[in-house]
Design a protein around this ligand. Structure first.
Ligand code: DP6
Length: 326
């Protein structure tokens, strides 16, 4: 059997996926839109062979417990479809801190799905890969595509998948990723979504989300970075208002996170194009223009609260590599 390696960029959701209508199939309550990133990637090698023992290594360490179970579950899903029943070895490396709110499971599960399908010699379309990746981690379904990506909510497993709505080169936007902590985030997205039961704001959010997606597409089409930034920052704060009012509440931010938010607002007052968005962790993404990127990066990295800054452009999707990790 083949040894296969894929490099997959993670993404940043501009309109967030938050809540499931089917937890097993991972069907979302709403469609979402994300930017694929070329600067934050996961590379994964998978091989099936009778001499292996379902071994999982990520970032140099052997993975066990719940994290391993989710990986084995995804491999098993593909093994069943392919009819191959051999043990595997998987080695994966991230270029960014894992489980800190920078969506390592999105690129991780997408890379796993691509490498596994390749190693099992399965001939799958991008749509089929997206549907399979979704079942491992919802946001992973978007990382099978490059550029600006929309995950269509769908009603069934077959129509809940992602596709590129604008190619990578369409939008000149830079993501300055700001790391203020590298400890594990307080709650996984999977667990966080379970706290949404009967959420008081959900009806209002779902009533407005399709309109928001249409407006975002209009702004992207017009290449209006300021409009995109304002909409995306407001969406991130709406999303966190849902976290804060969940039961029990989720306070994802650290004091350092809030300091960066204030700094971004200050940078705007100085005339720079800078807009933050954030997922369930404490690390942030600051969207900016290519001409302001260097200044934004420099000023943010000088803050005492900031540990690391990574700059990413828009990615154009998964790549198969000929160099393997083992
Ligand atoms: C806040 O895709 O990690 O990052 O489907 O349970 O694995 P599961 O959740 P996951 O949730 C991501 C949530 C988010 C927003 C987003 O990326 O759209």
């Amino acid at each position: 059997m083949r040894k296969v390696t894929y490099k997959v960029g993670t993404d940043i959701a501009l309109i967030k996926y938050w809540g499931k209508k089917d937890e097993v199939l991972r069907l979302p309550l709403n469609s979402s839109v994300a930017l694929n990133l070329d600067g934050l990637t996961t590379t994964t090698t998978v091989e099936f062979d009778g001499s292996y023992n379902d071994q999982v290594m990520i970032d140099g360490g052997v993975v066990k417990g719940g994290e391993k179970d989710r990986i084995v579950e995804q491999i098993q899903r593909l093994r069943l479809i392919s009819g191959v029943d051999l043990p595997f070895k998987m080695v994966s490396e991230n270029t960014f801190p894992r489980a800190t709110g920078l969506s390592s499971s999105a690129s991780g599960m997408a890379a796993l799905t691509f490498a596994t399908a390749g190693a099992l010699e399965m001939d799958l379309t991008q749509k089929q890969l997206s549907i399979l990746a979704r079942q491992a981690s919802g946001s992973a379904c978007r990382c099978v595509c490059g550029g600006v990506v929309e995950w269509h909510e769908g009603e069934t497993s077959e129509d809940s998948y992602a596709e590129t709505i604008f190619p990578a080169e369409y939008l000149d936007i830079v993501d300055v990723v700001v790391v203020v902590g590298s400890k594990q985030k307080i709650i996984s997205s999977t667990e966080g979504m379970k706290r949404l039961y009967d959420h008081q704001f959900m009806k209002v959010r779902l009533e407005g989300v399709n309109q928001k997606i249409s407006e975002l597409k209009r702004l992207i089409k017009a290449k209006d970075i300021e409009g995109i930034g304002q909409l995306v920052e407001a969406e991130a704060l709406e999303f966190h208002s849902m976290l804060l009012t969940s039961s029990p509440p989720i306070i994802a931010w650290l004091p350092e996170t809030v300091a960066v938010m204030h700094k971004v607002q200050e940078l705007r007052k100085q005339g720079l194009g800078a807009y933050f968005t954030i997922n369930t962790g404490f690390n942030l993404h600051v969207l900016t223009t290519p001409s302001d990127a260097y200044t934004v990066e420099t000023l943010l990295s000088k803050m005492e609260q900031v540990q690391q800054v990574m700059v990413s452009g828009v990615g154009d999707g998964p790549k198969e590599l000929t160099e393997h990790l083992f």
